[in-house]
Every structure is written in structure tokens, then in C-alpha cells.
Design a protein around this ligand. Structure first.
Ligand code: PLP
Ligand code: TYF
Length: 396
């Protein structure tokens, strides 16, 4: 049977890292995958995470299975991070949360839960979006449609076009929304725009699925959740897939969560039983370590404050690189206006470079960025910046 298997295409982002690793050049730089690097070009374990791990090493008494929904304390600290200390959804007990293996695992559980238990079969994703969305949702059995999002000429969101596409959605359709730091464009909705999207979802009976992979990388932990919290207060039902890969630097621990908000506490409880069933059918119950780290940090005020400071440091370094990037391009003699880069949010900058320019950056200069022109600003440092900008100036 295996002789009939055809080779799968490489992931456009992770596949690029494989090519990068095989590149013998010593001055190569990987600005493809969204991984935070510090000023020394490293992705170290956060100090707050190391401290939590020391505590765990000391206090852990068993490797017994977790419940299907994961670490109990974890799910309540996750809800507090998503909704804040006080939110009508929490007061009404309408949110249920299960630990998930990363944001990816959370998206997959959410989608599979919907397909198995509801009549909904369609999800709308932004054009463009994270390369894995379509893959995850189609594999789970959803059919994927696109809504307009990015206006390449204006280097900005085309909000009217977004609303116009979503006007074509049917009641019960899911709408994938990036909670903050839109991947790949870096362009987020304003609060007024979130309000309009919330109204549209409410009036048309659309169900938001928030992909929240970058909380704290945009404007701040609370600020980045404003859109989600606003929309959650407006619609009866929604789903959230959040990830701690980036904001805790826990990439390889595979830690995130899937949260469902139901119209009532009772409906949420019933839905939760089916979310747990979906998890059982996939991996029975989740691994403990990542969730133990996150709940240890978030439940101890001193450790939480330390994590917040480390997250702020990452956020501020990226913002600094954005400004430096714009300035360094100008210094390298680039005449095109790249000031839009300093208005973008999160790890990525959507540069507007075309496929041929992206290929030249890789082949001639060892500068790896995603084919869409997406550059991981989080991989830039003061020391690699001049070479990157000189290369971009040449391919322009
Ligand atoms: N969603 C978006 C928009 C992302 O950029 C990522 C990237 O990591 C994910 C989800 C997946 O996160 P995780 O690595 O936690 O699965
Ligand atoms: O967009 C990115 O670079 C990150 C990392 O299949 C990533 O989200 C990329 C591809 C992938 C999983 C994670």
C-alpha cells in the first residue's frame, strides 16, 4: 500500500528552515519562521520559565495521567489571561477551556469538534493568513472560504472589502480572526473595526474562532486582548485557540488551549463534554510539562511579574528593530517608502517584496524570508541589520 503514496509538499515556512539549515554559508540569516531571537541571535529559555521548572523539579510528585482537559489550575489562569480579571462571559460561567498541544492543536480540536457536533461546515479565513490554517481546517473536515483583508497597494487593511466578503457568509459559518499581530501582514483591526466585526457576527449568526498566538507581542498583554474581549461580549458563541509558544518561548513544549464560549453555562458544559471526546480520540490526554510551567508562573504574582517584564522586553526589542529596519533601509539607499513597517504589529513585517526578489535574497545573499514577502522582524538584530538592508537594497 505504501508504494502508492505520493510525496507531500513541504510546509512553506518550516520547509524553508530545512533549506536554511542545509545552507553552508556562515553569514546566512533566517528571517522566515516566526521565532523570537534576542540581541545575540539566540532563543533562550525565559528566566521565569527556568524558575518555574526548578520549582516543578522540586515539587512534582507523580507522572500520573492528567485529566482529558489537562492541568486544572491551567485552565483557569488561561481564562484570566484571555478575558482579564472580570468579564461578563466569566461571570456567567459561559467559558470552558481545555489544554491543547500548541495553538495548532487547539485549532484542530476546535475544528474537529465543530464538524462532529454541529451543522457548520464552512470557515472563513483572511486573505492572506498563516499558511497552516487551510491545512488544519480542511484536514478536520471544514470547507475553507476566504475573506478579503489586505490591500497590497495601500499596505493596509481593506476593511470595507473584509465586511463585503463576510456579508456573503451564512448563519453558523465560522470566521477565523487573528486576535492580534495578524500573521503574516502585521495589520490588526482597530477597536472600532472590532466593534463592526462583532456586530456583523452577531447579526448574521457567524461564530468567531479567534486564533490568539501572539498575546503580548503587539501593544501589551491586556491591550492585545481588547478586540477579543469586546467581541466576546457581543456574540452568544465563540471559540478561541491560544498559544504560549511565542509569549512564553515554549515552542517545543507544545502548549496552548482551546476555549469555547457557549450561549449559556449549561450549553458550554455539554459542548465541553464533546471537546473532551475529541481530545480522547486524538491523544487521550495532554502532556503536563508546558501547562505546569504556565500555571506555575501565572499563579504566583512575583513570577508572573517577571514573565510580564520578559515579554515586554521581547515586544520592545521587536519594536526597536522595526524602527531600525526602516531607518537602515533608507541608509542603504532604498528610496521606496517603507515607513508602513513601523506601523505593523507583532513578529512580522509584510514587506511587499515579490517572489523573484525573495528568491534573490536567498540565493545571492543567504537572507531567508517567506515567499509572500513576510519578514520575521523578531529575527533581526543590530548586528545582522546592515547586511540584511544592503541585500534588500540590491534586490530592489
Ligand atoms: N496561529 C498562528 C497565527 C501562528 O502564527 C502560529 C505559529 O506558531 C500558530 C497558530 C501555531 O502556534 P503553535 O506553535 O503554538 O502551534
Ligand atoms: O508563521 C510562523 O512562522 C510561525 C511558526 O507549520 C510556524 O507561526 C510556521 C509554520 C508552521 C508552524 C509554526
Amino acid at each position: 500500500i505504501f508504494s502508492q503514496v505520493v510525496p507531500a509538499p513541504a510546509d512553506p515556512i518550516l520547509g524553508l528552515t530545512d533549506t536554511f539549515k542545509a545552507d553552508p554559508r556562515t553569514d546566512k540569516v533566517n528571517l522566515g519562521v516566526g521565532i523570537y531571537k534576542d540581541e545575540a541571535g539566540q532563543t533562550p529559555v525565559l528566566k521565569s520559565v527556568k524558575k518555574a521548572e526548578t520549582i516543578l523539579l522540586d515539587e512534582e510528585k507523580t507522572k500520573n495521567y492528567l485529566g482529558i482537559e489537562g492541568v486544572t489550575l491551567y485552565n483557569s489562569v488561561v481564562q484570566a489571561l484571555l478575558f482579564g480579571d472580570k468579564h461578563p462571559v466569566l461571570d456567567a460561567g459561559r467559558a470552558v477551556t481545555a489544554q491543547a498541544p500548541g495553538g495548532t492543536g487547539a485549532l484542530r480540536i476546535a475544528a474537529e469538534f465543530v464538524v462532529r457536533n454541529t451543522p457548520s461546515r464552512v470557515i472563513w479565513i483572511s486573505n492572506p493568513t498563516w499558511a497552516n490554517h487551510q491545512n488544519i481546517f480542511e484536514t478536520a473536515g471544514l470547507s475553507v472560504k476566504e475573506y478579503a483583508y489586505y490591500d497590497a497597494a495601500a499596505q493596509d487593511i481593506d476593511f470595507d472589502a473584509m465586511l463585503a466578503s463576510l456579508a456573503g457568509a451564512a448563519s453558523g459559518d465560522l470566521v477565523l480572526l487573528h486576535g492580534c499581530c495578524h500573521n503574516p501582514t502585521g495589520i490588526d483591526l482597530t477597536l472600532e473595526q472590532w466593534q463592526k466585526v462583532g456586530e456583523l457576527c452577531r447579526d448574521k449568526g457567524l461564530v468567531p474562532l479567534f486564533d490568539f498566538a501572539y498575546q503580548g507581542f503587539g501593544r501589551g498583554i491586556e491591550e492585545d486582548a481588547e478586540g477579543l474581549r469586546l467581541v466576546a461580549g457581543m456574540v452568544p458563541e465563540l471559540l478561541i485557540a491560544n498559544s504560549f509558544s511565542k509569549n512564553f518561548g515554549l515552542y517545543n513544549e507544545r502548549i496552548g488551549a482551546v476555549t469555547l464560549v457557549g450561549a449559556s453555562a449549561d450549553e458550554a458544559k455539554v459542548a465541553f463534554s464533546q471537546i473532551k471526546r475529541t481530545i480522547r480520540a486524538n491523544y487521550s490526554n495532554p502532556p503536563a510539562h508546558g501547562a505546569m510551567i504556565v500555571s506555575t508562573i501565572l499563579s504566583r504574582p512575583a513570577l508572573k511579574a517577571e514573565w510580564e517584564a520578559e515579554l515586554a522586553e521581547m515586544r520592545e526589542r521587536i519594536a526597536e528593530m522595526r524602527t531600525l529596519f526602516v531607518d537602515s533601509l533608507a541608509k542603504a539607499g532604498v528610496e521606496r517608502d517603507f515607513s508602513f513597517i513601523s506601523r505593523q504589529m507583532g513578529m512580522f513585517s509584510f514587506s511587499g517584496l515579490d517572489k523573484a526578489q525573495v528568491a534573490r535574497l536567498k540565493d545571492e545573499f543567504g537572507v531567508y524570508i517567506v515567499g509572500s514577502g513576510r519578514i520575521s522582524v523578531a529575527g533581526m538584530t543590530k548586528s545582522n541589520m546592515p547586511a540584511i538592508c544592503a541585500a534588500i537594497a540590491k534586490v530592489l
